[in-house]
Ligand binder design. Structure first.
Ligand code: NAD
Length: 282
């Protein structure tokens, strides 16, 4: 049973705290008395979150923040140093920052886009784990929360780079959780698979229809659920619009049937990209 003061005085680092779920985690945890290390690549967005939390952040002993790009390992070292200098450590890292990716078919998406999506959504999290685990190891209780997606279970059209990054993150985190359970069992590892959550992740005009139709679960509701599951030490957290259904269909359907089902997603994309006479990879 979740309690309302579980995170009181816990030191929690959150990436992508300027918007959507990152902002929700920050506000929910602040309400529980957590000490927060907040970061985002978007300075204005981060300032917006800080303004919500506290009228004068410079005088708040419970919040520290910095602008960072999770794909930059040097920024991670600076974020870790911020944790040491401000709170002398960290109990929980929420690897939340992410981007939607190309939102285009594989043939229309340049290799640089795949690289960027992997650098942020996958390698950004890997570097975060590697940088913060020494801080988490030093605590009697600690948690690592990696945000994958239901697109870590299924490959959908117009999202090959995003799906690749979220599948990779799932594989990495599942392996890490087995390893850590043996050597550092006090560190809980959580793999989160949100369904459609109402945030600003779909910034491209190409995903506008998808956003309206699927991104419906309120962000605070999603993050409240995740935090309750961290309290319960549930390693796999699946929640949000279409999440459970997608998970189970990905488990039980043969790929030939799953492929047909996922092709329904083609109704939501630019039809010109999928004309029968389209050049594709030619
Ligand atoms: N919204 C959904 O339906 C949904 C579903 C499944 C998974 N997710 C995942 O949840 C996480 C949070 O996404 P959201 O929906 O709240 O999106 P969002 O766009 O509202 O918030 C993401 C935040 O990450 C920041 N960010 C982007 N690139 C960054 C970088 N390189 N370094 C640091 N910060 C960066 C953005 O500035 C933004 O503030 C992401 O990992 C996303 O892939 C979202």
């Amino acid at each position: 049973m979740a309690t309302t003061d579980f995170f009181n005085n816990k030191i929690v680092a959150i990436t992508g705290a300027g918007s959507g779920m990152g902002r929700s985690y920050a506000t929910l945890l602040a309400a529980q008395g957590a000490k927060l290390l907040l970061s985002d690549i978007d300075e204005d967005a981060l300032t917006g979150t800080l303004a919500l939390l506290c009228p004068d952040v410079s005088t708040s002993p419970n919040i520290a923040s910095m602008v960072m790009d999770v794909s930059n390992p040097e920024h991670w070292l600076a974020f870790k140093q911020l944790a040491i200098d401000t709170f002398a450590g960290c109990h929980m890292l929420i690897n939340n920052a992410g981007i939607e990716g190309a939102a285009q078919p594989t043939w229309a998406s340049p290799p640089e886009q795949l690289q960027r999506t992997m650098d942020v959504n996958f390698f950004g999290v890997v570097t975060g784990c590697r940088t913060f685990l020494p801080l988490l190891v030093a605590q009697e209780w600690a948690a690592l929360v990696n945000i994958s997606s239901i697109f870590g279970f299924i490959g959908t059209p117009n999202a090959s780079d995003y799906c690749a990054s979220k599948f990779a993150l799932r594989g990495y985190t599942e392996a890490l959780m087995v390893e850590l359970a043996h050597v550092h069992p006090q560190i809980q590892v959580h793999l989160v698979h949100p369904g459609g959550v109402d945030t600003d992740i779909s910034r491209s005009h190409r995903t506008a229809k998808f956003k309206r139709r699927f991104l419906t679960t309120p962000s605070d509701e999603m993050c409240n659920f995740v935090l309750s599951q961290v309290q319960d030490n549930n390693p796999r957290i699946i929640y949000g619009n279409h999440a459970q259904k997608t998970y189970w269909l990905s488990k039980i359907l043969p790929l030939t049937q799953l492929r047909k089902l996922l092709a329904k997603g083609l109704k939501l994309v630019d039809q010109d990209d999928y004309r029968k006479d389209h050049n594709g990879f030619k």
